[in-house]
Design a binder for this molecule. Structure first.
Ligand code: ATP
Length: 373
C-alpha cells in the first residue's frame, strides 16, 4: 500500500481545457501535497476553469488529473464528478435554500452516515459555528456563516481535497479575513488539502502554503508565498504580486543596475546587459522637490500623477521626467498632491530580469552585452 505521505493529494499534468474549441488552459502542471494551494491570477486567466476541470464539470482536452493516487482524468476511464473524492465550495456557497443547515451539511452523505446526527454537530464545530444554527435556513445566516456551512457540507464526506472558488469574494474586508482564517483552520483540522482560487494576493499569501501564479491559462510560477513574492521568476509575477513597477535598466557588472532612478543595488548578481527591474511600491520613497537639504542628486525628479488613499497608507503614482511611471506606497500622513513636483528614491535591493533577446548583436552576431541603442 502507498502511504499518504508519498501520495500527493492532487496532481495535474499537462492539463488543457477550453470552451467550444477556444483553448483556455494550456499545459498545466501542479502537485498539491497537503495544506492550502492558492491559484492566484487576474480575472479571466482561467482559475475557475481549472477548478471545474479538476472537479469534473469541464472536460479537459489533454492531460491528467490524479486525486490521492487515483487517475480521474487521463486514466483507464474518466471518473464522474461525484465519485472523484473532492469537495467543492463555489463562489456564493450555493447552499440549498429549502434545506436547513443540518440538511445542507448532511446532503452528500450516505443514509447510514446521515443517521449519525453527531456528524453535523462535528462539522459545524469544525468550521467554528455554534451547533444551535443546525435548524436555521440559509436566508437566516450571515454571508460568512453561509460560507462556513458550505465548507462544512464539502468536508462532511471527508474528501482528500477541497476545491474553493473565490469563497470569500462576497464578504466585506474584516469578515473576509476572519472567515478565511477559520476556513484554513478547519481544513487543517480535517486533514484535507485545498485548492483555493482567488484574485486577492493578500488572501493567497496569508492563507496558502503554496501559491500558483496564473496568467493567460498557464502557470508563471509555483512556490511558497515567500518564494513567489521575494524571488519572482518572471516580471509579470513581480508586477502582479505586490504591484511592483517595472523599469528598464542596464547591468554593467555584478550587482548594480543603472536606470532612470540612478544606480540600484540588485538582490542577486546578474549577467551584464539590459534588464527589467522590479521595484516594489514599499521600496519607493517620495519627498517634496524643494525639501530642505534636497539637492539635484537626491533622487530622480518626477511629478505626482494620481493618488489612492487607503487610510493606513496611500498609493502614489508618479511620472519620472524620463517618462516612466512608478507606484509608491507612502504613509497616510505625508501624501503629496496630484501635479506636485517630487523626488523619487529607492530603498533596498531590487529584482532584475535579464532581457537577453533585447540585447543588440555585434557584427559577428554575438550578443554584445553593451548599451541598448
Ligand atoms: N462557459 C463558458 N463558455 C465560454 N467561455 C467561457 C465559459 N466560462 C469561462 N469562459 C471564458 O474562459 C476564460 C477563463 O474564464 P475563468 O472563469 O476560468 O477565469 P477566472 O480566472 O476564474 O476569472 P474570474 O477571476 O473573473 O472568475 C475567460 O475568457 C472566460 O470568458
Amino acid at each position: 500500500m502507498i502511504s499518504k505521505e508519498l501520495t500527493a493529494a492532487l496532481e495535474v499534468h499537462g492539463l488543457a481545457a477550453g470552451y467550444g474549441g477556444t483553448p483556455v488552459l494550456r499545459d498545466l502542471d501542479l502537485v498539491v501535497a497537503d495544506g492550502i494551494t492558492a491559484i492566484l491570477g487576474p480575472s479571466g486567466c482561467g482559475k475557475t476553469t481549472l477548478l471545474r476541470a479538476v472537479a469534473g464539470f469541464v472536460t479537459p482536452t489533454a492531460g491528467s488529473v490524479v486525486v490521492a493516487g487515483t487517475p480521474v482524468v487521463g486514466g483507464p476511464r474518466p471518473v464522474p464528478a461525484r465519485l472523484r473524492g473532492l469537495g467543492y465550495v463555489p463562489q456564493d456557497g450555493a447552499l440549498f435554500p429549502h434545506l436547513s443547515v443540518a440538511g445542507n451539511v448532511a446532503f452528500g452523505l450516505s443514509r447510514s452516515e446521515r443517521r449519525g446526527a453527531d456528524l453535523v454537530s462535528e462539522m459545524l464545530e469544525l468550521v467554528e459555528l455554534p451547533t444551535s444554527l443546525a435548524s436555521r435556513y440559509p436566508h437566516e445566516l450571515s454571508g460568512g456563516q453561509q460560507q462556513r456551512v458550505a465548507l462544512a457540507r464539502a468536508l462532511a464526506p471527508r474528501p482528500r481535497v477541497v476545491l474553493l472558488d473565490e469563497p470569500f469574494s462576497s464578504l466585506d474586508a474584516a469578515l473576509r479575513e476572519d472567515t478565511g482564517r477559520a476556513v484554513a483552520r478547519a481544513l487543517r483540522t480535517a486533514g484535507a488539502a485545498a485548492v483555493l482560487v482567488t484574485h486577492d494576493q493578500g488572501e493567497a499569501l496569508s492563507l496558502a502554503d503554496q501559491v500558483a501564479v496564473m496568467m493567460d491559462g498557464g502557470f508563471l510560477q509555483v512556490g511558497t508565498p515567500a518564494t513567489v513574492y521575494l524571488t519572482p521568476a518572471d516580471p509579470r509575477v513581480a508586477a502582479f504580486l505586490g504591484h511592483a513597477s517595472l523599469l528598464d535598466g542596464l547591468v554593467a557588472h555584478g550587482t548594480d543596475a543603472d536606470c532612470a532612478l540612478g544606480v540600484l543595488r540588485l538582490r542577486a548578481a546578474t549577467r551584464p546587459g539590459p534588464v527589467r527591474l522590479a521595484v516594489r511600491a514599499e521600496q519607493i520613497q517620495i519627498r517634496p522637490d524643494d525639501a530642505a537639504g534636497t539637492d539635484a542628486t537626491d533622487g530622480a525628479p518626477a511629478e505626482v500623477v494620481d493618488i489612492s488613499f487607503y487610510g493606513h497608507d496611500a498609493t502614489v503614482r508618479v511620472r519620472l521626467d524620463s517618462g516612466e511611471e512608478l507606484s509608491a506606497r507612502t504613509p497616510a500622513t505625508s501624501v503629496p498632491a496630484p501635479g506636485e513636483r517630487v523626488r523619487v528614491a529607492v530603498v533596498g535591493e531590487v529584482v532584475a530580469f535579464e532581457r537577453a533577446a533585447a540585447r543588440p548583436r555585434n557584427e559577428d552576431g554575438r550578443r554584445s552585452g553593451a548599451k541598448v541603442e
